[in-house]
Design a protein around this ligand. Structure first.
Ligand code: HAM
Length: 439
């Protein structure tokens, strides 16, 4: 007997196995296909980087950098080598911008449109939809200002691409939340107002807010503690501190989204948890995810390149939580399957009241063969029969004068939208076979 306990995957990490891995691959294939159509190319950066990249890029005072990073001192292997502080990447935007600078991509004069798919690491408290190793599918658009990297059109194009991607993935019921946090010049103006307003009220807020009011006051707006909400609602809004250029930029993003027919809701408290954001910020949320309801997040970061020692290179991007896409799609699939299991196998629709008696005979035949059958009424118009059938059954069979005379029945399968002619004698078997296939 082995006296040792078997080893397990580390807390917050997990094995992905079939059949679930098929869904992961499908999501990645759809993402690659959409990125391709929007002319993005793939970038693969290292999984660990110099710790300073995240401290300077994401921000020393953020939760990610101050509490959640996997950081270690890498030992020197030789006298000539120095020890170095390294960190498993908690996100990929800083790494992509580092690569942009390192490979002098700005000198091409072109916008760089890069996407990535891969693991990220944060030491968060694990729960549904929140892991310590998770996968992001993200994309970044970066370039010199003269290549149009600052244009509001880029923001709108990225958001429109995301709407398309979520639709093509089959995610139903997502919401786009949109805000502008202003430029680097707007920030001190707003922070001064926010600090002044927090001064007299912060003592009555939660411990996290009291700490944030000192270290990173913008993050107070993120607080979810119910008792703090009336206080937060009374704080100044960032939108009221934007200068004319930032206001125009945000108006142009919204106008382009309106023109493209991409719906959104404005959320003046959407400040996001990374320090590099300027102007547009956004999240796509989904009700089915519970507390961790953000499917993805992103925004503009016009000063990030300079913050990590590069040239001016405005950019905008996003990262989707692939684990959360999988959870959402799996739950949707389960709900669809449960709904389908409740449906009748077929709806028999007589066309005209004169076919009612024949329809009853046909329904009897099919029920005797073991099928679950809903019987319509020839008094209904064909359109109404189709609508009723779509709600009640997986397929409809029409029985009109022609069908009665020829013995060839028209069957439409709602799941595949395929319409076929089936000889009456074969109908029961063909419906039984269709049922077996969907189980
Ligand atoms: P983020 O909001 O920190 O942004 O993460 C983006 C998405 O990654 C989240 O909306 C969520 O779906 C997923 N995610 C984050 N943490 C976890 C976790 N512990 N477990 C599972 N999923 C998680 C960024 O990372 C920015 N780099 C996005 C960006 C790109 N902004 C501009 N460009």
């Amino acid at each position: 007997m082995n006296p040792m306990n078997p080893l397990k995957a580390v807390r917050g990490t997990r094995d992905l196995m079939p059949p679930e891995t098929a869904l992961w691959n499908r999501i990645e294939a759809v993402a690659r296909s959409v990125f391709g159509r929007y002319n993005f190319g793939e970038i693969r950066t290292p999984i660990f980087e110099d710790t300073a990249l995240f401290a300077r890029g994401v921000g020393e005072e953020t939760d990610i950098v101050s509490k959640e990073m996997y950081t270690w001192e890498d030992r020197a292997r030789a006298q000539s080598e120095k020890t170095q502080s390294l960190t498993l990447r908690p996100e990929n935007t800083a790494g992509v911008v580092r690569a942009y600078i390192e490979h002098k991509l700005g000198e091409t004069g072109q916008l760089q449109k890069l996407f990535y798919i891969g693991p990220q690491f944060r030491r968060e408290r694990p729960q549904k939809g929140r892991y310590r190793q998770f996968s992001q599918i993200g994309a970044e658009v970066i370039g010199p200002a003269h290549a149009g990297a600052e244009s509001a059109l880029r923001d709108a194009e990225v958001l429109e691409m995301l709407a398309t991607l979520l639709d093509e993935l089959g995610i139903e019921g997502w919401t786009l939340k949109l805000n502008s946090v202003g430029s680097a010049a707007d920030r001190p103006v707003y922070l001064a107002k926010l600090k002044a307003a927090l001064g007299p009220v912060v003592g009555g807020m939660c411990a996290d807010c009291q700490r944030r009011a000192e270290t990173n006051p913008l993050r107070v707006l993120d607080c979810k503690v119910p008792e703090d909400q009336p206080i937060i609602d009374g704080l100044p809004r960032i939108g009221d501190s934007l200068d004319a250029a930032s206001r125009e930029h945000f108006a142009a993003v919204r106008a382009a989204l309106d023109a493209a027919g991409v719906g959104y809701t404005l959320d003046h408290r959407l400040v996001r948890g990374l320090d590099y954001y300027t102007r547009t910020t956004f999240e796509f949320t989904h009700g089915g995810l519970g507390a961790q309801n953000a499917l993805l997040g992103g925004g503009r970061y016009d000063g990030l390149s300079e913050a990590i020692g590069g040239p001016k290179a405005p950019g905008i991007g996003f990262a989707m939580g692939e684990d959360r896409l999988v959870l959402t799609l799996a739950a949707q699939l389960e709900a669809q399957q449960a709904a389908r299991a409740e449906l009748a196998d077929v709806y028999v629709a007589p066309v005209g009241e004169r076919q009612n008696a024949a329809a009853l005979a046909l329904a009897r035949e099919l029920r005797r063969a073991g099928l679950r059958v809903e019987l319509g009424d020839g008094a209904f118009r064909v359109k109404k029969s189709f609508e009723a059938a779509d709600k009640a059954a997986r397929a409809i069979v029409l029985l009109g004068e022609d069908e009665a005379a020829s013995g060839m029945l028209t069957v439409k399968d709602f799941a595949t939208a395929v319409q076929t002619k089936v000889p009456r004698a074969e109908l029961a078997n063909s419906l039984l076979a269709a049922r077996a296939e969907t189980k």
